[in-house]
Design a protein around this ligand. Sequence first.
Ligand SMILES: Nc1ncnc2c1ncn2[C@@H]1O[C@H](COP(=O)(O)OP(=O)(O)OP(=O)(O)O)[C@@H](O)[C@H]1O
Ligand SMILES: [Mg+2]
Length: 141
Amino acid sequence: MTKPLSTEQLVIPSSVDHIEKVDEFVERFATALGFDRDALADIGICVTELVMNAIVHAHKEKSDLPVQVDVEQHDSGLRVTVRDHGPGFDTETVPDPTSPENLLDDHGRGILIVRAMMDDVQCTRLDDGMQIAFFKRFVPK
Ligand SMILES: Nc1ncnc2c1ncn2[C@@H]1O[C@H](COP(=O)(O)OP(=O)(O)OP(=O)(O)O)[C@@H](O)[C@H]1O
Ligand SMILES: [Mg+2]
């Protein structure tokens, strides 16, 4: 990926009380890039899913652990990265929510939703956590 045209960062403690702040932060940045209401709603859903995962699964709501959200403006769209300091996980071995034995579960769909709604999703396991990034392309008018 080429160098971004502009970037911003928000760091929050691991508490669901801060989810709204993240949503507002990303929405403001994405609105300035010209995304329409539907795209803004989709981006908001995906950011919330990833930040919830960081807070709940990675940090087990230990509020002193920071969740870092980076937004980047690119020529062709928006990139959002959510970074945590948990144990990380292997995206290949996460149970498949579309397989018959999991279809009735009421959880396990967050990552699938992000993959379905966004144009590119990259999951990177780091030494001290997980970094999940998605890209949302501009749609030509
Ligand atoms: N940041 C993370 N750190 C560690 N494990 C994670 C992280 N994100 C996801 N996981 C693991 O991957 C699984 C799948 O995540 P996913 O968001 O798809 O579903 P979920 O969080 O279990 O349920 P929901 O449908 O409510 O999002 C989680 O149950 C968890 O085991
Ligand atoms: Mg989830």
